[in-house]
Ligand binder design. Sequence first.
Ligand code: ASP
Ligand code: MG
Length: 439
Amino acid sequence: MENELTGLQVYKFGGASVKDAAAILNLCRIVRDFGLSGPLLIVVSAMGKTTNALEEIYDLAYHGRDYSAQWAALVAYHQRAVLDISNQQLPAETDVDVVSVELNDILAELSTALASLERDLTMGYDKGYDQIVSYGERLSVALVSEALALTFSWGRVRDIAAAGLIKTNENWREAQVDWLATEKAINSAVHHLIGSGIDIIITQGFIGGTDTNHYTTLGREGSDYSAAIFAYCLRAESVTIWKDVPGLLNADPKIFPDTVLYPEISYQETIEMAFYGASVIHPKTLKPLADRHIPLRVKSFLDPAAPGTLIHDCQHPPLVPAFIRKGGQCLLSFESKDFAFISEENLEVIFGALAQARLKINLMQNSAISFSVCTDFSEMRVQRLLALLQGQFRVQYNSALTLFTIKHYDTASLERLTAGRELLLEQRTRSTFQFLVRE
Ligand code: ASP
Ligand code: MG
């Protein structure tokens, strides 16, 4: 069994790399030119900004508002891509309707799911979210597998449903993986396909499923994590994440000029950068890969021959400062109502409530009578926290903040980022400097 999978590679293509027909056909070329030294498993995200669009549609539907304009745009966007792919890949006499049957089926199913949601809200927001927003990846896999089959033939290409393979609990919108069950399901499905001559397997990123056959999602931008889950379970030879940047950079080129590429970097460094909010890789991606020593490449789908960044077990010289910006933050501070010190007992209550409200701490600090945390802002979750704690604490918060982190900071890098800014909170260790400012 093991031998069949020798040399298995995992490729992950994010939203930008499947955003339209041209991008999808570029993906097919990358697979042809770089991906076929052995079996290949491809994980794809929803096309372009589809997940955002679905979030909006879901939210409108859930609140009983009109979403027809957004729906029409979503349908047109996907149909346009099918049409463009077909026009470029198929002989002129082929009936495009045949090609888009699967896409239209999925759209019809989604439309029914949205309509039934309007009638029945007993599911709860987060569970309903996963049932609807997961359609983005299902649509993109239908399209991309179509394009791959047109390029390589259906005899070699097969799509598989991630929801039946990545087994999770019911922690909606950030489901946790049941590793043993997942490893078993993935191995059995993939060995079976490869044993029957399929060498290009494609599946959805971002989504998993429960024992009760409900969809779950792994957290926004979670497709990288999906790729790592498949790679871990299949003991893949390597994972490549194809992006619209040349590799792992020391800063986001959209925000900072003069960025530097890391040609090689350790798992440890990358985990920390992802944790602080470097948007290049989902933070959960690295651990499964590091556990099984699977190298991760980050490469540009616009320049696929360029080496990109190799992330693996390695030693490297000290790195240049890395600048990481995490927007959408909120600063919460808690004071006990009787001006008592913030004690361990108080902290236990605060941490418990943060966990219950599902707010994750990005930074924290305490003084004698107050305790402050910086978290990602979510109106709903913050309100929930307030409801839990307001009896015991005076809670204040500011939203619309940005958290900056400089790893391997030096005087010049510190000066460059903080000059002229009011720092609402700052924290410094030997290697890392973090501060919070208004957006
Ligand atoms: N489509 C999902 C998102 O946009 C997952 C991903 O792209 O990784 O969050
Ligand atoms: Mg994405």
